[in-house]
Structure formats: structure tokens, C-alpha cells
Ligand binder design. Structure first.
Ligand code: PLZ
Length: 462
């Protein structure tokens, strides 16, 4: 079997993170024979409803490299869907997890508390785009955080209705399915859904009429909500500052500030779902920071704990504390091992200046994607911020989504050992979410593979 090792700078030995060389190396086809056997076992034992992007079974991971069971080293430009922002198995995070696991694994914070949970709440209070004193509840998944944000907003306002947006993704539980826009695969057959959810048009510059400003798009959204339900019925407006699963839709400048102002004027709580955008991903600690917007409540998960399951709602103290004692919680919420990971993650984010790393990634990736347009007329749009970038693929010269082309590009990358994800209401968006600590040579290599997949020609990264 041939071994292909790709190092953009062969004069230099590759960086090593958590014992894993930061190179792409293919020893077999991807997926290889051992993965294919595991895929058969998976099919016979795991529910068919659980999706799979790339059936290469992982044995080890470090930095931005996944090593599979066939010995292939894959470049990870997905970070487990924007989770391992500090990189796979960051030594600080692993050490914190190990130390806590040796001390104790669980008590249930609602039964007998521990300092880690409190420390995470303190830390989050200093990070989130919320004015004044904050309070935090910790949970285990993003969907659970969104559910709790709605509970809190209803309790604090005495109102029922929830505003969400076209293309929104907020989770797979019953309420969050209702809040999520896309039927397939998230909703079809799973209703009836929770009520009192109203959907407004999003600012989507690529698909909006040319010249529609963020303020005008916000007016359009508000008009729709007022027509459907009326401001006085709305407990909260829930929005991803840059939409994730829905297609990395970045609203026009001015959209979020205008919505925030309208919410403030009408007693509607602004809930920023920063589950995918949070923790340095977009080049700021949170995506709302970009325009200086402040929320009443922020939902966090994913990058919060770099791979340990941890989520939370952080919000203005008087809003959070409107809930009666015992009204919030869960057996595992704020698990001590996950809290230890979160504290180490926050240290890494600050000490390694991950927001700056995200901006550096953008400085490499965006020009490469823009340059690819010349040879890939199907690239309708290049968008996103920081290390959350995407290309939207269309039939050349139209707005007609080309999901088949997105699937082809993703498959080509996967076969070459580069993990990329697709997204979008129409399934026609290739999204890039590399670990923020990705080795520059590895990023250059992964970018070159992607550009070649998009254009059909070999090219350099920049
Ligand atoms: N809100 C903005 O991105 C999770 C979902 C993958 P959970 N996104 C990845 C899939 O197909 O299930 C997400 C998100 C935003 C909420 C969630 C939900 O977070 O931790 O998956 O529940």
C-alpha cells in the first residue's frame, strides 16, 4: 500500500500535539478497510437515524489531526462541529480533566456543590456580551441551554411567545425543533412541535435584494413579528449572531444592533445563541462583540469545554433570578470534569489569544477561497468571520442552490484526508471550522486540498 505524506514544508519536521504529528498522511483509501468493518458493526447496532459525515473511525486525535483506525492522519477542518477550538486533546485541558477525574466524577451540583461550577459561572460572567452582574446555569447540551433560556425568558417576562429566524438551528429537542427552521433532517415526522414560536425573515445578504441594509432587514423582521404576534406577547427573540447549521449566514451590518434596540424598547429579551459562534471562533470572544451588541441572555456550549459536554445560559442577574428556586437544573448539568475542562479552555483562549488565531486563519483562508472563484464559477458567496468561513455553491450565475456540488466537494476533500462539513437550508454550503490552534503548515495544506476540490485544479493555499 502506498503512503502519501503531505507536509507543506518538508524541510521542517512537523509539529506534534498530544503525541500526534500535525501532517496529513494517507496509508489506505479513506475510509480504509478497518473503518469499513466498523461501519458494518455500526449499521447493525446503532440507530439508523444517527447521521455520519465521514465513516473514518477515529483512534486518536491531537491538535488539528484525527488518526483513524487504518493509520490515516486526517486534517480536521470541522473541530467536531466547532467544539475543540483549542485543538484536539489540548494538554492543558487533558491535564485538568485528568486531575478532576481522579478527585471525583460527580456529586450532582444540586445535591452537594463544588467550586468548579462556581468558578465557571464567575468566568463566564466576565466573558459574555451582557451588561451588569450576571448569573449562570450550567447544563449538558446546547439544545438544553436554548430550552432553559426560553424558560427563563418566559418566567422573567410573564410572556409566552418566542421569536426565531429563517434558517435558524437551535437543537433537536421538542421546543428547539420548533425553533429550528429546516424540516429535513431535523423535524420531519417528529411533530407536533411546541407552540408559540414565530419565525421572522433573516438578513441574508447573498439572497436578499441588493442594497437591503441591516437596518432595513431588521425592520422587515420586526414587521413580520408584529404582524404575527405583537411585541407585547413576545418573551424573547432568539438569534444566532452568525447562523451555523443554517448556512453560516452572516447578517448585514446594523441588523443585530437594530434588533437589539427594538427588543430593548419593547421589553423583549434578546437571547444570543452563541453555541457555535462562541469562544473566539469568529475572531472575537463572542460574535456579538463585533458590533458591540449586548444580549439579555447568552446560550453557550461547544467551545466552552473543548470536547467535554458542557453548556450554559448566562444572563443579566435580574432576568436569571426571576426563576423560583429548584426551577432550573438537571442531574449532570455542570459536571465537575466538564467544568475543569472549561476552566482550562478559558485559560488557553486567553493565554494563546485564540481570537487573534481565528483572525489569522481568516487571513489565510478567505483570500484562498476568494481566489478560487476565478476557476469555480459555482462559488456564489464566500462569507463568515474569523475561523467560521463558508462558500455557498450555486448554479453559475444564478441563486439556485447546488447541493450536489457541495456534496461532491466535501467527498473529494474527505477522500484526500481533509474533514470538511456541509451546512445550509439548501445543503449547498461548505463550512470551515478548524481548531483555532491549527498548525499554519497544516492549514495551508488543508486549504490547498479544498481549493483543488472546488476548482478541479491544483493550487497553492494563498
Ligand atoms: N444552537 C447555534 O449550532 C448545535 C448540531 C449537529 P447541541 N449544532 C450542531 C446536529 O446535527 O445535531 C447547535 C448550534 C446552535 C444549538 C445547537 C444545539 O447544540 O449541543 O447539539 O444540543
Amino acid at each position: 500500500m502506498t503512503t502519501v505524506t503531505v507536509d507543506a514544508d518538508p524541510t521542517r519536521s512537523p509539529a506534534v500535539v498530544a503525541g500526534v504529528e500535525q501532517v496529513r498522511r494517507l496509508r489506505t483509501a479513506v475510509p480504509g478497510p478497518v473503518s469499513l468493518r466498523l461501519r458494518e458493526r455500526r449499521a447493525a447496532a446503532v440507530a439508523a437515524g444517527v447521521g455520519m459525515v465521514l465513516p473514518a473511525f477515529v483512534e486518536r486525535a491531537g491538535g488539528a489531526v484525527l488518526v483513524d483506525v487504518d493509520g490515516n492522519s486526517l486534517v480536521d477542518l470541522g473541530a467536531g462541529i466547532a467544539v475543540v477550538n483549542a485543538g484536539h486533546a489540548h494538554p492543558r485541558v487533558v491535564a485538568a480533566v485528568t486531575e478532576q477525574a481522579e478527585a471525583f466524577l460527580h456529586t450532582c451540583f444540586m445535591v452537594t456543590p463544588y467550586e468548579g461550577y462556581v468558578a465557571v459561572a464567575e468566568r463566564l460572567g466576565g466573558l459574555v456580551p451582557v451588561d451588569g452582574p450576571t448569573r449562570t446555569v450550567l447544563l449538558s447540551s446546547g439544545a438544553e441551554a436554548v430550552e432553559n433560556a426560553v424558560k427563563i425568558a418566559r418566567a422573567a417576562t410573564g410572556r409566552d411567545a418566542v421569536a426565531v429566524f429563517d434558517h435558524a438551528y437551535h437543537g433537536r429537542t421538542n421546543l428547539t425543533m420548533a425553533m429550528t427552521a429546516k424540516a429535513m433532517p431535523y423535524k420531519r415526522g417528529f411533530g407536533p412541535f411546541a407552540g408559540e414560536v414565530y419565525r421572522a425573515p433573516m438578513s441574508y445578504p447573498f439572497r436578499d435584494p441588493a442594497g437591503l441594509t441591516g437596518e432595513e432587514a431588521a425592520e422587515r423582521a420586526v414587521r413580520s413579528l408584529v404582524t404575527q404576534v405583537g411585541a407585547e406577547e413576545l418573551a424573547c427573540l432568539v438569534i444566532e449572531p452568525i447562523q451555523g447549521e443554517g448556512g453560516f449566514v452572516e447578517p448585514a451590518p446594523g441588523f443585530l444592533p437594530a434588533l437589539a434596540a427594538w427588543c430593548r424598547d419593547h421589553g423583549v429579551l434578546l437571547v444570543a445563541d452563541e453555541i457555535q459562534t462562541g469562544f473566539a471562533r469568529t475572531g472575537d470572544v463572542f460574535a456579538l462583540d463585533h458590533e458591540g451588541v449586548r444580549a439579555d441572555l447568552v446560550t453557550v456550549a461547544k467551545g466552552l469545554a473543548d470536547g467535554m459536554p458542557l453548556a450554559g445560559v448566562v444572563g443579566r442577574a435580574e432576568v436569571m433570578d426571576a426563576v423560583h428556586a429548584g426551577g432550573l437544573g438537571g442531574t449532570y448539568g455542570g459536571n465537575p470534569v466538564a467544568c475543569a475542562a472549561a476552566l482550562a479552555s478559558a485559560d488557553v483562549m486567553t493565554e494563546e489569544d485564540l481570537p487573534a488565531r481565528a483572525r489569522e486563519i481568516e487571513a489565510v483562508l478567505r483570500p484562498a477561497l476568494e481566489a478560487a472563484r476565478e476557476h469555480a464559477p459555482g462559488i456564489g458567496d464566500v462569507r463568515g468571520r474569523g475561523a467560521m468561513l463558508a462558500v455557498e455553491l450555486v448554479r453559475p450565475g444564478t441563486l439556485e442552490p447546488d447541493a450536489a456540488e457541495a456534496a461532491r466537494v466535501a467527498r473529494t476533500c474527505h477522500e484526500a484526508g481533509v474533514v470538511v462539513l456541509t451546512c445550509g437550508t439548501y445543503g449547498n454550503v461548505i463550512r470551515l471550522l478548524p481548531p483555532l490552534t491549527i498548525d499554519p503548515a497544516l492549514l495551508a495544506d488543508g486549504t490547498a486540498v479544498l481549493v483543488e476540490a472546488l476548482t478541479g485544479r491544483a493550487g497553492s493555499a494563498a
